[in-house]
Design a protein around this ligand. Sequence first.
Ligand SMILES: Cc1cc2nc3c(=O)[nH]c(=O)nc-3n(C[C@H](O)[C@H](O)[C@H](O)COP(=O)(O)OP(=O)(O)OC[C@H]3O[C@@H](n4cnc5c(N)ncnc54)[C@H](O)[C@@H]3O)c2cc1C
Length: 416
Amino acid sequence: MGGSGQRRVVVAGAGIPGLSLALALKQAHGPALAVTICDPGLASGTARHRGRAYAVAAGGRRMFERLGIWDAVAKAAEPIRDMAVSDSRLTDPVRPVFLTFAQDADVAPGEPFAHMVEAEPLVEALLAACAAAGVALDPVGIVAADPAGEAIALTRSDGTQETASLLVAADGARSRLREAAGIGWVGWGYPQSGIVATIGHERPHGGRAYEHFLPSGPFAILPLVAGGELGHRSSIVWTERKADVAALLGGGSDETLAEIERRFGHGFGRIVLEAGPSAHPLAFGIARRFRAERLALLGDAAHVIHPIAGQGLNLGLAGAASLAQAVTDALRLGLDPGAPDVLRAYERDRRFDTLAMGAMTDGLNRLFSTDALPVRLARDLGLGLVDRLPGLKRLFIGQAAARRGDGPRLLRGQAL
Ligand SMILES: Cc1cc2nc3c(=O)[nH]c(=O)nc-3n(C[C@H](O)[C@H](O)[C@H](O)COP(=O)(O)OP(=O)(O)OC[C@H]3O[C@@H](n4cnc5c(N)ncnc54)[C@H](O)[C@@H]3O)c2cc1C
């Protein structure tokens, strides 16, 4: 607890899920709840997010609207109105489209199923809103956490200590706080890397996203807001065999651009590199539990999935909405926000969706990242099927968009 009986929640990790949770809690409870975000990265500003963009599903966008930051983000958010999926080899002259998402029943008519949002303005808007709401932003790490009775004692990297009712470990995939709490991790690395870059192009994308399933992995082209040297921009998420990445990216920017163009195609006119490329190791993993005594895991600290369906951050946002709701429901009844029941409610709400999404992305990646003929045939038949099965398709575009009826209130655009 903080001074004079005030409850305190400390969020370790100022990534997008951690910031969203802190903002939601502070806006809902004001002076009744002290909320602190600790992250050594806060000292170096938002530059590490530059050049990154995420597909944010409809539920995440509704939450950002409710938190009052969407207006500031909208100028850096391009609606994805349609998505085309193809299955081909690099040498194929045409890439027939197997699956489209243009009209989906899970979002309201005219509502895009996702937006491509640039990370830096999104983080800037979250930080400004947190500061305005009264969230304490501390550029330190949490290095130790010891629960004892009604509080958890926290040691910060500057050597100071504080106590809280609840610690939220939003400290990323290699979460030290998860490990220190003795929570196991089930997972594996993929023999693939995810290369991200921003591409400038001459012709407009028309709000359409593409996912080309190539034998080494998916190559996604995702529309960004207009701008840049050639007037139009897209983000690429390019999955490649790890062993090939150095050769593909090591030859200088002209060679890299030529490799990108082979995959990007010529439909967008001339292309240039606007940001990146940067390569990221890819993995699947899920924490054995999402909670320990007075500790909740959030975001990549709880789950890491393949970016094949662009859903990792969306899972983290759904987690933030769910945890904010469980804590709020407890506080409104005068109950302890770090009590086991509260954390159990959060875990129960998130566990199944997370496992389902993890299994689906892992399965899709295995199915598509191969060139074996029987598998190609099976998946080609399968893709046609996916188009006819709204349930599977819903999973592909993100459960956050699909759960209008029964998801956490914030994802439905309602107040906490
Ligand atoms: C190639 C690629 C493309 C992707 N594309 C998409 C997409 O289109 N859509 C989507 O939904 N998802 C996407 N994702 C997933 C998304 O990037 C992650 O799920 C998301 O960034 C995780 O956020 P996080 O805050 O949990 O973790 P991180 O972003 O890793 O943040 C963790 C934070 O914790 C801080 N920290 C670490 N240790 C401590 C400590 N001890 N104390 C305090 N702070 C600490 C770090 O400084 C860091 O700021 C993609 C991932 C990859 C690899």
